[in-house]
Write a protein that binds this ligand. Sequence first.
Ligand SMILES: *Cc1c(COP(=O)(O)O)cnc(C)c1O
Length: 380
Amino acid sequence: MIPLAVPDLSGNEGRYLQECIDSGFVSSVGPFVTRFETAVARAAGAPQAVATASGTAGLHVALTAVGVGRDDLVILPSLTFIASANAIAYCGAMPWLLDIAADRWTLDAGLLEQVLQHETVMQGGRCIHRATGRRVAAVLPVYTLGLPADMGRIVALAKAHGLPVVADAAAALGATVQGQPVAALGADLTVFSFNGNKTVTTGGGGAVVGAGSLLERVRHLSTTARPGEAYDHDAIGFNYRMTNVQAAVGCAQLERLAAFVEAKRQIRARYEAALQGCDRLAFFPAPAGYQSACWFSGVVVEGVDQDGMERLLAGLRQDGVAVRSFWKPIHQQLPYRQAPSTAQGVSDGIWFRILTLPSSTGLTEADQAQVIAAVKRRVQ
Ligand SMILES: *Cc1c(COP(=O)(O)O)cnc(C)c1O
């Protein structure tokens, strides 16, 4: 079976792990954690980073740091991984789900403008959702598959309504917009995941990048909110730090970030070149000026229903190709059916037609040719 995404751990991972064991630093204090944070901040184009136990933990602590709390609403696109919504729910808040833009698969900035204008009202500097009376506390754009959202417009709209912006950039390390790195797009905090199937992995892990007192608050909250050595805590914090063992793997991985992202982009280019002629296939969005980190590549199948997609997935697996369907939108998920949800036509129409294809950084051209042949055969 040609796998969907497996990590490449053939660099300094083993050597750095041995250093952890030899030094006895295996927990959440250690030289690799600091080194990893410096490397993530540099790669993201941010002043500083705080490493976390997972991307989900990073989202939760970031939302907490910007003030999201009980009964608030947080605006996000419905087409995302469930963790984006769960992090909001962990704060006691509720997602407000908006549709994606069809040509980007990220939060529809035009729709955001409409709902802020028509469905909220400003009261004493607070942005209130008219229908529920809840405070809107933040906007959470998601950089789908490593493609940044339309941050120029989203950030301007958020600022005009006094809303902080936390970006779920889980798979977007290495992406750029007009040459700008991913943390320089205007979000107050930007969150990455280093889960096992992401382009850069620590086994499990995440990071929040940002600047100044806000990032210091993230650091404080992620380490049980203890200002000093004594067991005095000044808030309800979390045990969300990354360990030195995870960071050791991450340091070795980040040494090869540029090569990994380049490999992902070439995989995408090869799929698109080879499948260009199939009129039942379309490709992932590529807005001008945006360089996606290309976490996963794949195709969109035209003129197919959910059953047809299931059959296609099963057929490709029979051919020895690991394939996956894509995220089911959050407004269709059992725990979030009651959440406010606005205009989901694009998400509803596309999510089940997205087919992600093998995209490991180490995918050989021969294996990719086999995938391409199988897709052509099955989609004809
Ligand atoms: C991977 C991912 C996450 C979750 O990260 P974990 O490290 O697995 O907790 C969150 N959001 C998006 C968009 C992701 O792709």
